[in-house]
Design a protein around this ligand. Structure first.
Ligand code: FNR
Length: 186
């Protein structure tokens, strides 16, 4: 059975380059990984007063979907040199109640995607900072800062840039190897 990988996309917009990238990564991944996007756009902002009886249904849905996964892939834009609020909120929602984090111990990888030249480096590393605290062993190498992303896809959303396809295929193979190291062979 392939490993079940929850994919968190840091952009909410329909035409998102990051969502296109997430779908491209699903097709480039080796057979040992099965990627599925876990949606974050409907999550109310984290408020500890809502834990318990008032628990929002989307929080429960989200926590259940991530908890069921064996590994994590984050595909995110950079907003103001950091992680978009929607993704940070999802990370916070998944981290609570205290002691019941859905992230702990799951191997992860980060891909940042931007039309700009820096490829979302700031978001990528701010996200890694949170993942260290959340006890997510993150793929160290290769790093994936995907710049110039507006010209990587065709109108149908297919990743057409051959060099990027090759790089990301190798990236996903390395991620699959990390997943095996952390949780064992598929
Ligand atoms: C951006 N953008 C951006 N890009 C970047 O490389 N570094 C940055 O710090 C920012 N900051 C930023 C803030 C806000 C509020 C927005 C809306 C956008 C541009 C961003 O990379 C671009 O809109 C991408 O297309 C967003 O990713 P999706 O939605 O295409 O996946």
């Amino acid at each position: 059975m392939p490993r079940d990988v929850a994919v968190l996309v840091g952009s909410l917009r329909k035409a998102s380059l990051n969502r296109k990238m997430a779908l491209a990564l699903a097709s480039l991944a080796p057979e040992t990984l099965k990627l599925r996007i876990v949606e974050i756009g409907d999550l109310p902002l984290y408020d500890e007063d809502l834990e318990g009886d008032a628990l929002p249904a989307p929080w429960k849905r989200f926590r259940d979907e991530v908890r069921a996964a064996e590994a994590l892939l984050f595909v995110t834009p950079e907003y103001n040199r950091s992680v978009p609020g929607a993704l940070k909120n999802a990370i916070d929602v998944g981290s609570r109640p205290y002691g019941q984090s859905v992230w702990s111990g799951k191997p992860g990888a980060v891909v940042s995607v931007s039309p700009g030249a820096i490829g979302g480096f700031g978001a990528n590393h701010h996200l890694r900072q949170s993942l260290v605290f959340l006890d997510v062993p993150v793929l160290q190498q290769p790093e994936a800062y995907i710049g110039g992303a507006a010209s990587l896809f065709d109108d149908a959303g297919t990743l057409t840039n051959e060099g990027t396809r090759k790089f990301l295929t190798a990236f996903m193979q390395k991620f699959a190897a990390l997943v095996e190291t952390v949780i064992g062979p598929a």
